[in-house]
Write a protein that binds this ligand. Sequence first.
Ligand SMILES: NC(=O)c1ccc[n+]([C@@H]2O[C@H](COP(=O)([O-])OP(=O)(O)OC[C@H]3O[C@@H](n4cnc5c(N)ncnc54)[C@H](O)[C@@H]3O)[C@@H](O)[C@H]2O)c1
Length: 441
Amino acid sequence: MKVTVVGTGYVGLVSGTCLAEVGNDVLCLDVDPRKIQTLNDGGIPIFEPGLLDMVRRNVAAGRLRFTTNVEEAVAHGTIQFIAVGTPPDEDGSADLQYVLAAARSIGRHMSEFKVIVDKSTVPVGTADKVRAAVAEELAQRGVDTAFSVVSNPEFLKEGAAVEDFMRPDRIVIGAEDPAAIDLMRALYAPFQRNHERLIIMDVRSAELTKYAANAMLATRISFMNELANLAGVLGADIEMVRQGMGSDPRIGYHFLYPGCGYGGSCFPKDVQALQRTARLDAGIELKVLNAVEEANDAQKRVLPNKVRARFGDDLSGRRFAVWGLAFKPNTDDMREAPSRQLIGDLLAAGATVAAYDPVAMHEAQRIFDGETRLTLASGPLEALDDADALIIVTEWKEFRSPDFVAVKARLKTPLIFDGRNLYEPKLPRSFGIEYHAIGRR
Ligand SMILES: NC(=O)c1ccc[n+]([C@@H]2O[C@H](COP(=O)([O-])OP(=O)(O)OC[C@H]3O[C@@H](n4cnc5c(N)ncnc54)[C@H](O)[C@@H]3O)[C@@H](O)[C@H]2O)c1
């Protein structure tokens, strides 16, 4: 099938590449010429495990191409995926300007039947807006070419995106047009050879499903974070509590890990957008989600608060090592990452910071550009030299079993604040390291 993917970010590039991998002829469009240049030069603009090899393989096979040419992109695919960003606008609602601009450019150039697929995370009612935008462009041109709009939210996880796309738990399709449903069924057939994973529903339900899933996951995290804070004060151990709870099959072990707050490009903005949709479009206050968001904002301050409780409010002259900058392991994405709040707070209190992350250093460089009190260390141990404490923010595998002798030797004070509960507390303590985690005894 001929497929166009509009937007070559985390979702668009992974989707386009995986669709090419199973034999489709895919053209990826982006408005950012640097991204397209990087791709055409044989690189990729993001870090995602397994993606670079897959891109190269499919480019070499002639199934995957990249362009900034809108006309060419619209002409190419019978199926046009819209996978552009939907960042929060000023009041936290999803900003649809990129989605609608993509829809308009399809309407402006299409000359035959197209299935336009919303893959971006968009509020309920967006498919109607996309349909209206395309129809308006067609009317301006005085043509009435047929088209269908489908909602196909994406559930991939950064860090495991290729695996998730190739072996999805489910593929949600919101569509009413039988011709469009048949096309989507055929497109996704190679990804569900083992059993049917397509869930076909009306467009509005599909749009809401994506927000509902992310809101549920965010809720579990905030719930566990609050319980961990409580456990810490009451002298209970949240890790024991987690195991005791998770063993109930109605609860399960997934997504019950307390930490220093959720971040990333999805949970914070999707929780907010769902609250705004409920409030503005339905007059309903989602009280649980309001609390989830409030608890998360507070949780992002737990690490800086622990540091202040130990060293006082004025941190001038202090130096801290930070392990992990990305919002989670296996990605270079730092959007809404807890590390940003932590580093910002430490710098504001007068400290200097030496940080290390396996892949997000270039992103940190861009975000903290010109910040002379932040240095990016060449390795995890190098970050520790002369530091008053090590603060762990992201649970990269390479931090899981460090050489505690070396850690102690290089730190000025043998002290770890662990925002991800990576270690059994007695282990670092057995090396004479003072150890503070989230809700652990
Ligand atoms: N990142 C994730 O893990 C994830 C997972 C599921 C769903 N989503 C959703 O998918 C959407 C995309 O997310 P992302 O993380 O890939 O975003 P991203 O910011 O990484 O990529 C978006 C890309 O779209 C491009 N773009 C913007 N307007 C364009 C236009 N008119 N034409 C062509 N290209 C255009 C941008 O230049 C950018 O490269 C969002 O709605 C997000 O909520 C993201």
